[in-house]
Design a protein around this ligand. Structure first.
Ligand SMILES: [Zn+2]
Length: 149
């Protein structure tokens, strides 16, 4: 065993990467100015996950990953729904969101993902407005009632 190996590791070169990662951390902490005025279309999307009900067409359970979409373009209905949204910021939850809604106004859109207690716009979390969630449940129920006829 006459091998003498001096591993001269040059550690100095490994530390130059730190500056790149810090820049994103400041974005999104302050609630943005969100207005639902001028919305012309609302699109709800539910992604089904381990859900035996509600049934799809022909009464069969929807497979996991299936999507249900509800599109609303009626002005009165849009006004009714958007009026139910009151934004109150809260801490972000770690829960899984299977429901999404997009509010289209002209070329811009507000993308929201939500559950029964979160209403998240981008990475800013708000409390789910109870009346809005109730209205969505009614829309879903009506949608599935129609689909199974
Ligand atoms: Zn949630």
């Amino acid at each position: 065993m006459k091998q003498k190996r001096l591993m001269a590791l040059s550690l100095a070169t490994a530390v130059l990467v730190a500056g790149v990662c810090g820049s994103v951390a400041h974005a999104g902490m302050r609630p943005p100015d969100v207005s639902f005025e001028g919305v012309t279309k609302i699109v709800f999307t539910r992604t089904h996950f381990e859900e035996p009900r509600p049934s799809g067409k022909d009464g069969k359970p929807l497979r996991e990953g299936a999507k249900t979409t509800i599109v609303i373009v009626d002005k009165v209905e849009i006004a009714r729904l958007t009026k139910l949204i009151v934004l109150r910021p809260k801490a972000v939850c770690g829960c899984m969101h299977l429901d999404e809604v997009t509010f289209e106004k002209g070329k811009s859109r507000i993308n929201v993902h939500f559950c029964d207690h979160c209403f998240d716009i981008g990475n800013v979390s708000y409390r789910m407005p109870g009346a809005f969630h109730a209205a969505y449940q009614k829309l879903l129920a009506a949608h599935f009632a129609k689909a199974t006829k």
